[in-house]
Design a protein around this ligand. Structure first.
Ligand code: HEM
Length: 376
């Protein structure tokens, strides 16, 4: 029997999601031992409920990394915490990312893409999907040539501690990576407002918001890299597949519209989780304290109540409802950055004459529980 976790890597999970939206919009799944929220109304209700948290109350940081550098970073991430302190720090993160110049970001992404393609031959798709976005964010954080590539590799190690399936080996790798990433990014934070780039913006935003703790700024700088990694790889990969299937992106603006529609239609982040600290009633369902909810963002994107003709791939749709970047207190502050980078990578690839028709028609997907990333 398919579960919403298996669905992430199906060739086409969308008919299954459509059945859930129609028949089980918010229902308890005994196999998963969790509630599953699928339609737009349930997903909105869950993401906006104060009593639903991003971590279980009994384990704010995964046991395997408590007391390690990875645990210290994890415990300070806005993504992994809730409450007034999180909202205060989140405002700093949003402010800092809001100061990025999209043209500069696109330029960096185009340059890194051209470097990747310089060797000629078949494009190195995995490198374009994972390494290019991570290197762009590292460069925005002031890491120079060489260090940006190291930061990209370390980010791959750090994100291994996030899935529930992580074990001792992943925890050790993540902790080594977190320690080194803090060493790499620390000087940029210490330079304070005199520095340049995203880290200086973070320090300036912290001063404006009277945020006092530098360690949390450094942790969230590591978070910029880790939040970029899988999600942007999936966005680029799924956009490449859309192009291979005949979608067009003759200009940078068309590439951005395509990427935005891919984010809705074939979401790189298919689901997220919540843990009930209090009871939530929605429709006929009652989620009790201690229970878990799987929030199927990719299903809500295709709810006909949220988007007319939801299964049609239509770049430039007027006012689409897109759940891929979350909602409410934990809404993703990196959406524009991700779209800019992905569109720049596609534009450079197409300009280089890459033959995307040679991509597999039915690729395998990485065995991940929430990110949909094709193996190309
Ligand atoms: C395609 C790319 C991306 C997707 C699909 C994506 C999706 C998401 C989602 C769904 C969440 C909320 C998770 C939840 O509520 O449980 C989130 C949070 C977050 N994202 Fe992204 N993201 C992407 C790229 C980025 C980038 C490039 C950055 C920044 C460098 C970023 C920074 C963050 C941060 C800091 C949070 C935590 C926000 C909070 O919890 O308050 N993301 N992202």
């Amino acid at each position: 029997m398919t579960t919403v976790i298996d669905a992430v890597r199906l060739p086409d999970p969308y008919p299954y999601y459509a059945t859930l939206v129609a028949e089980r919009p918010l229902a308890f799944d005994a196999v998963l031992g969790a509630w599953v929220a699928c339609d737009a109304a349930a997903v909105r209700a869950v993401l906006t409920a104060d009593c639903l948290r991003v971590r279980p109350a009994v384990e704010p940081v995964p046991g395997g990394i408590v007391g390690t550098p990875a645990g210290e970073v994890f415990g300070d991430l806005v993504r992994m915490t809730d409450g007034p302190l999180q909202q205060h720090l989140k405002s700093v993160v949003v402010d800092a990312l809001g100061h990025l110049d999209p043209a500069h970001t696109a330029g960096l992404a185009a340059e890194r893409t051209r470097e990747c393609l310089a060797a000629g031959g078949q494009p190195p798709y995995e490198e374009l999907m994972f390494a290019v976005p991570a290197r762009v964010v590292a460069a925005l954080c002031g890491l120079d040539r060489g260090l940006d590539a190291e930061a990209a590799r370390l980010t791959g190690d750090f994100v291994q501690c996030i899935p529930a399936s992580a074990g001792p080996e992943q925890y050790r790798a993540a902790s080594r990576a977190a320690a080194r990433l803090r060493e790499l990014l620390g000087p940029g934070i210490e330079k304070g407002e005199d520095g340049t780039g995203l880290l200086a913006e973070l320090v300036r935003a912290a001063r404006r918001a009277a945020w006092p703790r530098t360690a949390a700024l450094l942790a969230n700088a590591v978070g910029f890299l880790s939040q970029t990694f899988d999600a942007t790889a999936g966005l680029i990969g799924n956009s490449l597949l859309a192009l291979a299937r005949g979608a067009q992106a003759p200009t940078r603006a068309a590439a951005e519209a395509l990427v935005r529609e891919v984010a809705r239609h074939d979401a790189p982040v298919q689901n997220t989780r919540r843990f009930a600290a209090g009871a939530l009633r929605h429709g006929g369902a009652e989620i009790a304290p201690g229970e878990q909810v799987l929030v199927v963002l990719a299903a809500a994107n295709r709810d006909p109540a949220a988007n007319p003709d939801p299964h049609a791939f239509r770049p430039g749709r007027p006012d689409p409802a897109v759940f891929t970047f979350g909602a409410a207190a934990h809404r993703c502050p990196g959406e524009s950055l991700a779209v800019t980078v992905a569109a720049a990578v596609l534009t450079e690839l197409l300009a280089a004459g890459a033959d995307l028709a040679r991509l597999p028609a039915e690729p395998a997907y990485r065995p991940l529980a929430n990110a949909r990333i094709p193996v190309l």
